[in-house]
Design a protein around this ligand. Structure first.
Ligand code: FAD
Length: 326
């Protein structure tokens, strides 16, 4: 299971205030304390961050990450919050929301800051007559989050097109790493193995694309849009697929559907009637509702089929007080 942030210490109000003042003075980035995080996630759950900052360019992103490293201050990089279930207790340390989103075309390459929405990258590529990023249209994350997850869909993924990405290491140095060095595999990367509170941070990416007839690209984008609307509960808060697909046999969604679990509910969280691998938060549910339901589904699948589903979503933040249902 991926549970991030549970071991991150909480900052006292005084500590958060002092650090916030210093970040503002040294880097020029405003911070806030006890910032509610739910509105920055697609699942719409999550308590407050001890300390929160929004960065708007790579200068600020690099500076704040290096500041945190130098102080031993735990950080969490928040993209578009589209793969996260943030605990109701919130998050310790400093949450850095990445809104660095410059993008440029360099020949047949698209070079983007890591805070650029992947869907925006897909439309910039389309406008430049470049094909290969169409799958990103319907993935509501940032380019950096997409590298972290090796996000993919419609028979493609980040690995297929990534030339290299800038990554800030634990010592604050930045390297350009290719797909192998990043360990990109099905919904996986080496970034996922970084210690809680001390992530490897993607700063920028270079994707190699293929010149193509704009009409063909537009047709592909339309097809993807239609497929999503038909198959996914797009109007409702969710974090996408809850579980990874098993390496063989039926998909996670087919297994869950086959067990009749669509519509199963805990509080405000329900297994989507449209796509059984989605949990939607349709009645202002809590993160605990979502997690209880997800654990319940996993336990039923294990009991009934022997399949051990692995979480795709990340249970992030301070889950130290969370108890599984008896
Ligand atoms: C409706 C819906 C449909 C979806 N469909 C798909 C799909 O088809 N395919 C797919 O793969 N995913 C899908 N997702 C999941 C999600 O959009 C992707 O995993 C996406 O890549 C997450 O990016 P993000 O910016 O939202 O990351 P966040 O959710 O903000 O963060 C996820 C993790 O990435 C880390 N992270 C974010 N930015 C950086 C960075 N710059 N450097 C290092 N680490 C970083 C965070 O710290 C966190 O651990 C879907 C989600 C939704 C809600």
């Amino acid at each position: 299971m991926t549970v991030a942030g549970s071991a991150v210490r909480r900052l006292s109000p005084d500590e958060a205030a002092t650090l916030g003042t210093e970040i503002q003075r040294r880097i020029g980035v405003k911070t806030s304390r006890q910032e509610p995080l739910a509105r920055f996630t697609t699942m719409r759950v999550g308590g407050p961050a001890d300390l929160f900052a929004e960065v708007r360019n790579l200068f600020e992103l690099r500076a704040i990450v290096r500041f945190a490293r130098a102080r031993g201050l735990p950080i969490f990089i928040l993209g578009r919050g589209s793969d996260l279930v943030i605990s109701d207790a919130g998050m310790g340390g400093l949450v850095v929301m990445n809104r660095a989103q410059q993008v440029r075309i360099d020949g047949a390459d698209l070079v983007a800051d890591s805070g650029l929405p992947l869907a925006k990258a897909a439309t910039v590529a389309k406008d430049a007559g470049l094909s290969g990023l169409e799958f990103g249209l319907a993935i509501p994350g940032t380019v950096g989050g997409a590298v972290w997850a090796n996000a993919g869909a419609h028979d493609s993924d980040v690995r297929t097109i990534l030339v290299e990405a800038g990554v800030l290491g634990a010592d604050g140095s930045e390297s350009a790493l290719g797909p192998d060095a990043l360990g990109l595999a099905y919904r996986d990367s080496a970034l996922k193995a970084a210690p809680e509170g001390a992530p490897l941070v993607v700063t920028w990416t270079r994707f190699h694309l293929t010149p193509a007839d704009p009409a063909v690209i537009v047709a592909r984008l339309d097809e993807i849009r239609r497929w999503r609307q038909a198959h996914q509960p797009l109007g409702q808060p969710s974090a996408g697929s809850v579980f990874r697909n098993p390496s063989e046999g039926p998909s996670a969604g087919a297994i869950i559907d086959g067990l009749g679990l669509k519509g199963r509910r805990v509080g405000g969280a329900v297994v989507s009637a449209k796509h059984a691998n989605f949990i939607v938060n349709d009645r202002a549910g809590t993160a605990a509702d979502v997690r209880h339901l997800a654990e319940e589904v996993r336990a039923i699948v294990r009991r009934e089929t022997g399949v051990e589903l692995r979480f795709e979503v990340v249970f992030a933040g301070d889950w130290s007080a969370w108890e599984p249902a008896a």
